[in-house]
Design a protein around this ligand. Structure first.
Ligand SMILES: *[C@@H]1O[C@H](CO)[C@@H](O)[C@H](O)[C@H]1NC(C)=O
Ligand SMILES: *[C@@H]1O[C@H](CO)[C@@H](O)[C@H](O)[C@H]1NC(C)=O
Ligand SMILES: *[C@@H]1O[C@H](CO)[C@@H](O)[C@H](O)[C@H]1NC(C)=O
Ligand SMILES: *[C@@H]1O[C@H](CO)[C@@H](O)[C@H](O)[C@H]1NC(C)=O
Ligand SMILES: *[C@@H]1O[C@H](CO)[C@@H](O)[C@H](O)[C@H]1NC(C)=O
Length: 452
């Protein structure tokens, strides 16, 4: 386990990572409507810094329509999605535009200006002709005040296993077992908070799964009743379980876990790479290092725009060390998106189909205090809370690798790879109730296809 005093580093790098994940709270209804993008000259390379660029070379006028249709002033059609409640991405006329929504933060108070964006990035779908832009919505919206989730940062106090709580969990239900984890006692509450997702991965209002269409209901009948990428005709396509340590980098582990496994799936298990999560933590402008991030922007966008390098080229240290130039081969993402096509379109059936057809995928779920004690079985949140240790709900990104059904109880479950080492759960994996959007696990799955 890692015991780093990264608090200082986190705050000192915040001002550098201006375009990391943000505390803005802009919903679908805030974003949909008429926009103008004020774009700079299209001649910059992918390392362009957009913070101080003067836009004005080009104006792109767009309508962002329900549910994911973008239309420009000439009637050309494209697609768009919000990205959590942080910003949005539009693809139209063979160009991609991505920006975070504008906000101001003073302490824990956040004011979101959802009708404006921060300086964002645009490029064509081949990764050429980068430019910077800022977006402005036609209708001004009221600035929205919210409170960014607090971090248990002051809490250098060490975690203690709560024996009574464990007993309670095991008494109220039989579907999963809680157990003591002695090695957690060597971590502080702040470190465990990072391990569970960190403050910048928090999704305050996750969408509800969308009802499956009749086509999807028909398609799902073509996939097996049980499926596990760890054993498909005796072959394991899932790369080994790793340990993120006390850094909010679950999104990076989930992302590379998907890419590594899908490369195996695409190549009959002959390409076996371990990809660098440290490169993402240190270098991705689309996430915020050890404070958190989101798989859409990492497995998807970072993988497409910058690519992944191998672990040996930038080994994991689990802290916010600065990014440095590396001469390493890069592995790119070809396509990516929310399962269902846009944020809010996901459901159980689509996840099953995507999993079986294309490979493991990134999912996020809400972590409650009972989850950390999970040892075996099919997890569901018991509703019990430990009052013993301070706790904030987080969103933790993990990797979906399979699904099944308990032979005796009939309870359906997902099989999920965690990044808390092999000594946690069922050899580093857990199972969680399926079909009921348990802890929002069926609401925000992300798929990304690497180029083998
Ligand atoms: C930030 O908030 C504090 C009080 O919480 C206030 O005194 C200060 O003026 C605020 N700063 C800005 C820039 O609004
Ligand atoms: C695309 O970028 C190249 C330089 O990378 C530049 O020469 C060219 O003019 C750009 N094309 C457009 C349409 O902006
Ligand atoms: C975000 O905005 C929505 C709608 O405007 C609101 O319902 C929700 O409570 C806000 N979330 C937070 C964390 O402020
Ligand atoms: C916890 O820390 C103590 C002292 O630093 C050490 O002796 C012990 O082995 C550690 N336990 C685990 C499980 O890492
Ligand atoms: C995939 O790999 C297995 C095991 O090495 C081999 O038996 C099989 O022929 C391969 N399949 C193809 C299509 O090459």
């Amino acid at each position: 386990m890692f015991r780093f005093f990264i608090l200082f580093l986190i705050f000192s790098t915040c001002s550098v990572h201006i375009n990391g994940d943000t505390p803005a709270n802009c919903t679908y209804d805030d974003i949909r409507g008429s926009w103008t993008f004020f774009e700079t000259q299209r001649s910059f390379d992918r390392n362009v810094k957009c913070d101080n660029q003067a836009p004005g070379a080009n104006e792109v006028r767009l309508e962002l329509l329900f549910p994911d249709i973008a239309v420009d002033e000439f009637g050309n059609k494209g697609k768009w999605t919000i990205i959590y409640n942080q910003g949005f991405e539009v693809q139209i006329n063979y160009r991609k535009y991505f920006a975070f929504s504008a906000y101001k933060q003073n302490g824990s108070t956040v004011i979101s200006y959802c009708h404006r964006t921060l300086p964002g990035y645009a490029h064509d779908i081949l990764g050429n002709n980068w430019s910077c832009f800022t977006g402005r919505k036609q209708n001004q919206l009221q600035p929205k005040i919210s409170h960014s989730p607090p971090m248990l940062e002051s809490s250098e106090e060490l975690f203690r296993n709560d024996q009574d709580f464990i007993k309670q969990i095991n008494n109220v239900q039989k579907s999963w077992k809680a157990a003591v984890y002695p090695h957690f006692e060597n971590l502080s509450h702040r470190e465990l908070h990072l391990m569970r997702g960190g403050p910048r991965s928090r999704i305050m209002d996750p969408p509800k799964p969308r009802k499956a269409s009749s086509i999807v209901k028909r398609d799902v009948k073509t996939v097996p009743l049980e499926f596990d990428w760890r054993n498909v005709n005796g072959v394991n396509y899932v790369s080994p379980v790793r340990n993120q340590g006390a850094c909010g980098s679950c999104y990076a582990f989930s992302s590379v876990g998907m890419i590594e496994s899908r490369l195996k799936v695409q190549t009959n298990n002959t390409v076996n790479l371990q990809l660098s999560t440290q490169d993402i933590v240190s270098c991705s402008r689309y996430s915020q290092g050890c404070e958190g991030g989101f798989p859409y922007l990492v497995a998807g966008k970072y993988g497409q725009d910058y690519g992944f390098i191998q672990e040996k080229c930038d080994p994991y240290v689990g802290s916010d060390v600065p990014c440095h130039e590396k001469k390493c081969l890069r592995h790119y993402t070809a396509r990516y998106g929310y399962v269902g096509g846009f944020y809010g379109a996901c459901n159980e059936e689509l996840m099953m189909i995507e999993l079986v057809r294309n490979g493991p995928m990134s999912v996020s779920f809400e972590v409650y205090s009972d989850f950390q004690y999970y040892k075996s079985g099919i997890y569901h949140h018991t509703g019990l809370e430990s009052s013993f240790n301070p706790f904030e709900i987080t969103n933790h990104a993990v990797l979906l690798v399979g699904y099944g059904q308990d032979a005796s109880t009939g309870e359906k479950f997902w099989i999920v790879k965690n990044s808390w080492g092999e000594n946690w759960g069922e050899n580093g994996f857990f199972r969680i109730r399926k079909g009921t959007d348990e802890c929002s696990i069926e609401s925000i799955a992300v798929e990304a296809t690497p180029i083998p």
